[in-house]
Design a protein around this ligand. Structure first.
Ligand SMILES: Nc1nc2c(ncn2[C@@H]2O[C@H](COP(=O)(O)OP(=O)(O)O)[C@@H](O)[C@H]2O)c(=O)[nH]1
Ligand SMILES: [Mg+2]
Length: 382
């Protein structure tokens, strides 16, 4: 790897230097505001930025010229490495914040630089690209979208869709959707609902219990494993009484196994679990002890659309100790920024099954479709 630090008046200028000297493969490692020396003597200092970038040695255009890659400010590679990775351990949250900042800067850079020149010939697509750069989409995904559009333009033959329609279809096929009821044959189906606290697991179960029990006349059973809070199962018990569906409260794995056996002739069993902070130590061990190694269970991870991206990433990572059948996205009514969820759907390719958009039981739930998920992303700021 080759490192180099660039000083410039502003970020735009620094990034174009990076691109020019290190090529498009360069990765930005840090950006800092700095007071820089004026080039002409006696002129004092002026505000500026210092950007450190890295590139794979083989791809570095200046490699072999005998330089030490230390840029304009005289820092050696070892010194830069020391600055970037000080000897004490940086907390994970700090690294995440730095990454978020770098991503923001890249997005800003992509916005400022506008569409690539080949796209400018297609005005409608270029405008759509500008719009996408403002949605908060992951820049790697944006780049991928651009590559797809470029090859579409190159190979375009006769086709009934407009260019923009084709470009939107690339978005629609960047993630997966599933109808969990149709994805498996036989009965009973045992669905668990796992996820952080307060994301809407119990409410979602109540909505699905009504949908399948009352409207589709299936035999539905309820199990509550939420024993973290006193009387936590009362809410579900109340729904069970209204709909006439049996509820079993369990505390341990053995109780769960017994309850599953007892409900074996039902069509669908919905299992509520205690919400846990994704940052709680021992969460993964706890999930494994309670629910691990039971292939008859289908785990649905409930994620709120209001959660910020770094917390979503962590929640997905921690809860995925269990095999996840689908993501259920809750609270889509509470935000107009769907980009964090969209990025994670594209990244993990775990299908999304349901979207919930309000507190009303049973109305505020719908089966996810490619069209609806894409609309949620695109409805952001016009
Ligand atoms: N706005 C909105 N609120 C929701 C939605 N789903 C659940 N809620 C509310 O979020 C709160 C927590 O829901 P709950 O089901 O108890 O969350 P749990 O801790 O994950 O079981 C309650 O006030 C619900 O009414 C939704 O889709 N939209
Ligand atoms: Mg609950």
């Amino acid at each position: 790897m080759k490192l180099k630090t660039f000083s410039a008046r502003d970020l735009k200028e620094a990034l174009s230097q990076v691109k020019k000297e290190m090529g498009p493969e360069a990765v930005i490692l840090s950006t800092q505001s700095r007071w820089l020396k004026e080039q002409r003597a006696g002129r004092g200092r002026r505000p500026g930025v210092e950007v450190t970038a890295a590139v794979d040695l083989a791809a570095f255009p200046g490699n072999g010229e005998g330089g030490n890659g230390n840029g304009g400010n005289g820092k050696g590679e070892a010194e830069i490495m020391r600055d970037l990775f000080p000897p004490f351990r940086t907390p994970v949250s700090q690294i995440q914040e730095d990454l978020d900042e770098v991503k923001d800067l890249l997005r800003q850079w992509m916005r400022q630089n506008g569409p690539p020149s080949w796209l400018l010939q297609h005005k409608e697509l270029a405008m759509f690209y500008r719009f996408l750069t403002r949605t908060g989409l992951d820049e790697r995904f944006l780049q991928c979208w651009l590559d797809n559009v470029q090859s579409m333009l190159e190979q375009r033959g006769e086709q009934p869709l407009t260019l923009k329609e084709v470009a939107v279809r690339y978005l629609m096929h960047a993630f997966e959707v599933v109808d969990p009821w149709k994805s498996k044959e036989g009965k009973p189906r045992y669905w668990t609902f796992i996820g952080p606290t307060g994301v809407g697991k119990t409410t979602t179960i109540a909505k699905l219990a009504a949908k399948f029990g009352l409207y589709e006349k299936l035999n539905v059973g309820l199990i509550s494993m939420d024993n973290q809070r006193l009387g936590a199962h009362n809410q579900l018990a109340a729904y069970g009484r209204i709909t006439g569906q049996p509820l079993v409260v369990v505390h341990q794995r053995q109780d769960l196994l017994a309850a599953l056996e007892k409900m074996a002739d039902l069509d669908l069993v919905l299992i509520d679990t205690a919400g846990r902070s994704p940052y709680a130590s021992g969460l993964q061990k706890e999930l494994n002890l309670l629910l691990g190694g039971l292939p008859e269970l289908e785990h649905h991870l409930v994620l709120s659309a209001t959660t910020k991206e770094s917390n979503l990433i962590n929640a997905i990572k921690r809860f995925s100790v269990l095999p996840i059948s689908s993501y259920i996205i809750s609270k889509v009514d509470e935000t107009n920024d769907f980009s964090a969820i969209f990025n994670q759907l594209c990244r993990h390719r775990v299908p999304v099954s349901y979207l919930t958009a309000g507190q009303q039981v049973p109305e505020d739930i719908e089966l996810a479709s490619r069209r609806r998920v894409t609309e949620l992303l695109l409805r952001r700021r016009n």
